[in-house]
Design a protein around this ligand. Structure first.
Ligand SMILES: [Zn+2]
Length: 427
């Protein structure tokens, strides 16, 4: 596949993007009715010809995670002999959802990643190290690895190997860019600095962060973002991927919101009643991925809370931009006296340097309320100050247990440090 960023829709005018989007949405509905067992029923009374503006899509039904969980195989829209790869969502909440991808879907993923890396200025001169796991059916490592190699960036699959070895690979291979999660980079960076390594003066110029927000609503680095920036002394860029969409939203050099790739996804932000909200207003991210063959979706509700930025980006791209993920609706915890978003708890914990690792465990079945417990690796003498900090920053008071790394990894079923929330409800 030859990547030609100039052929992407991002630099077209807003009107031209809207015009092409309408055509793409109409074709998408035709495709859903023909190829998807699920949507052929749901959309049987819908005439695609009636979609004449992007707003018309708001008349079509939403799809949520429960619909997909309950009807997974009805969503699979290609024969098995055309499946090139299978991926799954993380399974942090409920059962893992297995998504099938055609060869065309893999090319689409490459195009998505290539647009993201083009926007942060990567070229064939760069050397990338992917510090993401490439196994476990996870999409991110696989997708970004494919994209980097496709655009000719010299790419090394580092994954999660012992820190000493990673240090050697930085010295030997001199990467200019890292692709990783902020949580992993924080632990990795701190460990290297503790060993006396001069991490601020390496060849690493840029870091593409996935999996967690590194910015707050004002687009300043948040606590974990600041820590990673301080440790590595590199430019940080944020990417927000959604497995179900086979797409990511990612920052350009301006680092003021994550751009959508309009030929790959139509993005809406809706309020609690499902009505579209104006740009700048916070609501739930809803996406209609375009051009997907394996598991095409319509108006999929992510449960992730963010906002669209008004106006155009000074980089010249006219695609939609979204802010950081502020909350995840799917993970809301209903305690006895209030509801709490886990991201409020985890971002408060990131402020405290003496916490070496932690897991927020959420339990409860049908019963109300939920139970949340924090397992923390920190000195026991800090317990009171952690409790006070959580009360102040996240307005929450939950049981805290001092633990150790081995126990936390046993909860995770491995050593993937970026797993900070384990939701046992619905399991
Ligand atoms: Zn931009």
């Amino acid at each position: 596949m030859v990547f030609k960023p100039e052929l992407s829709w991002e630099f077209l005018s807003r009107d031209e993007i809207a015009f092409r989007t309408v055509k793409a949405l109409r074709n998408h509905v035709v495709h859903l009715k023909e190829a998807s067992h699920y949507y052929s029923q749901i959309l049987k009374d819908i005439d695609p010809a009636e979609i004449s503006s992007p707003d018309d899509i708001s008349r079509l039904p939403f799809t949520d995670r429960t619909d997909v969980v309950n009807n997974l195989q009805l969503f699979w829209s290609i024969p098995f002999d055309q499946v090139a790869e299978m991926v799954a969502t993380r399974g942090l909440t409920g059962l893992p959802l297995v998504f099938i991808l055609s060869k065309g879907d893999l090319d689409r993923l490459v195009f998505n990643g290539a647009l993201a890396f083009n926007a942060i200025g990567l070229t064939q001169e760069d050397r990338a190290q992917v510090l993401l796991t490439l196994d476990g059916l996870l999409i991110a490592g696989m997708a970004y690895y494919r994209a980097l190699t496709a655009i000719g960036v010299n790419t090394t699959r580092i994954g999660h190997i012992p820190f000493d070895k990673q240090k050697q690979y930085i010295d030997l291979l001199k990467p200019t860019v890292l692709i990783s999660t902020p949580s992993y980079l924080k632990v990795f960076g701190q460990r290297l600095v503790e060993s006396g390594y001069d991490l601020r003066n390496t060849s690493i110029e840029k870091i593409f962060c996935v999996g967690e927000s590194i910015r707050n609503e004002a687009f300043e680095l948040n606590s974990i973002g600041k820590t990673v920036q301080e440790l590595f002394n590199a430019q940080l860029f944020s990417g927000y991927g959604v497995t179900e969409f086979s797409v990511s939203y990612s920052e350009c050099a301006e680092r003021n919101g994550c751009h959508s790739h309009p030929e790959l996804i139509y993005t809406e932000i809706v309020d609690e009643n499902g009505n579209p909200v104006p740009d700048g207003t916070v609501g739930e991210l809803v996406g209609t991925p375009l051009g997907v063959e394996g598991v095409p979706l319509l108006r999929y509700r992510t449960g992730d809370i963010t906002f669209k930025l008004p106006g155009a980006c000074s980089c010249g791209r006219n695609s939609d931009r979204i802010g950081p993920i502020l909350k995840r609706k799917s993970q809301i915890i209903k305690l006895k006296d209030k509801t709490v978003y886990p991201l409020a708890i985890t971002s408060a914990l990131e402020d405290l340097d003496y916490i070496k690792d932690y897991i927020l465990m959420i339990e409860g079945k049908e019963s109300f309320p939920d139970q949340a417990t924090l397992h923390i690796v920190a000195p026991a003498s800090r317990l009171d100050s952690i409790t006070a900090h959580l009360r102040e920053k996240a307005e929450v008071s939950i049981p805290i247990l001092i633990s150790n790394i081995a126990t936390l990894n046993s909860f995770r079923g491995g050593t993937r440090r970026e797993v900070k929330i384990i939701d046992k409800r619905n399991q």
